[in-house]
Each structure stands twice: as C-alpha cells, then as structure tokens.
Design a protein around this ligand. Structure first.
Ligand code: SF4
Ligand code: SF4
Length: 203
C-alpha cells in the first residue's frame, strides 16, 4: 500500500486541481478509495470538473492534515468501469445518502494509476520533504541540484535560509530539507544550480 496515497485517503476531502486549457480550477473533492497503489474518486457528469478531465486528464491534488503534514500528487487519470463505482460505494456508505439508489448513475469513477508526488512535513523544523512515484511514472530528478560549474565559493550556502547546502569541493544540496525557494540560484554567479520541474511535466 502506498502510504502517501493512503495519507490522502485518510484526509479524504482534499483539493483537486484541473485546467480547462485556459484557466486553472480547483475544488474540494473526496479520495474515495486507494487500492493496489491506485487512487479512485467520483465525478458527476454534469460538473465542469468532469468536462475538464475529459479534455485534459492530467490532475493535481493536495491535502494537509492537522499536524501540517501534506501530500501532493500529479498524474493522469482515466475512467474505470462501473464495477469500481459499486466498490467505492461499499467503502463510502455515506454515498448512499448523497446519491441514493439509481441516482448513482450520474457518477463516473475515475482512477489515477500513476503519478509523481511529494510528502512535505511542516510539523518539524527544518521541514522534511520526500518524493515518491507510483504506477509507471518515473521522475529522473527533482528539486534543485548543484552542477559541475560549481567553484566552491560558498555564496549559495550563505544565502540559504534552511542551511541545507553542504560544503565541499563542489557544494551539494540536501534535498530532503530544501524549501525550493530558489534563493541560492539568485546568489550563484556561476550558473551552477539547476532546477528540475517534475511537477510541471505534462506527457
Ligand atoms: S554559489 Fe554557485 S559556485 Fe558558489 S558554491 Fe554555490 S553553487 Fe557553487
Ligand atoms: S532552494 Fe532555498 S532552501 Fe533550497 S538550497 Fe536553495 S536556498 Fe536553500
């Protein structure tokens, strides 16, 4: 079981973000089921949410618990057969009040089978960041990285608010502590710090 997807399922009501190609849209919806490292949710066919997913099945979602731990995930989603609708009802009995009996027919079950994600723990100082993937989604590199242009001047380490840049012949960044604020990049005069963009990736 993917513990990060399970984390979202436990929060249950999280933010789901889509785009209609022109504007971003976000709403609170429920993570209805997590099974075999896949995340399931329901969307009524009449909602803009449904139309946006039909047009662009790339979805981002994020949830934070009461202790300031959060998980965000980005991935492709697809419709799944109605078997999953019944399974979701079994796992969420309150759906029988919301869309009772045959009224459930207006709902479509969606599944996110693969994605990239990030766990961020703001309950500790400095915060902890962990990356993860699920399904067949791969991430080559994420966050900020110091490249071979580094001359070891130390300006970036001085500028870093989290003190997470490690001194050496060539400096390096502790990615689990990095806030990804980008301040080090602005202070490096040698073009030695790269930012990868896993969460912007659209395939
Ligand atoms: S500021 Fe740039 S060149 Fe200097 S130590 Fe940092 S990464 Fe290396
Ligand atoms: S991005 Fe911000 S927190 Fe991360 S290493 Fe650079 S200055 Fe430090």
């Amino acid at each position: 079981m993917n513990k990060y997807l399970e984390f979202l399922r436990n929060i249950k009501s999280v933010a789901f973000a889509t785009t209609d190609g022109k504007n971003p849209h976000v709403r609170i919806a429920d993570v209805m089921l997590v099974e075999d490292d896949k995340l399931y949710f329901l969307v009524p066919r009449g909602k803009p949410f449904y139309k946006q997913l039909k047009k662009n099945p790339r979805l981002a979602l994020v949830g934070m618990d009461k202790t300031y731990k959060s998980v965000r995930v980005t991935g492709n989603v697809e419709f799944v057969e109605r078997f999953w609708l019944d399974k979701i009802y079994e796992a969420n009995p309150m759906m029988n009040d919301l869309y009772a009996g045959e009224k459930r027919d207006i709902l479509e079950a969606y599944c996110m089978k693969s994605g990239v994600g990030e766990f961020f723990d703001l309950s500790v100082t400095p915060p902890i960041r962990e990356r993860f993937t699920f399904g067949d989604e791969k991430v080559e590199a994420v966050g900020y990285h110091i490249n071979d242009n580094c001359v070891g001047c130390g300006e970036c380490a001085e500028a870093c608010p989290e003190k997470c840049i490690i001194e050496g012949e060539s400096y390096s960044i502790n990615g689990t502590r990095c806030l990804e604020c980008g301040r080090c990049v602005e202070f490096c005069n040698y073009n030695a710090i790269d930012a990868s963009k896993a969460f912007d990736k659209v395939e």
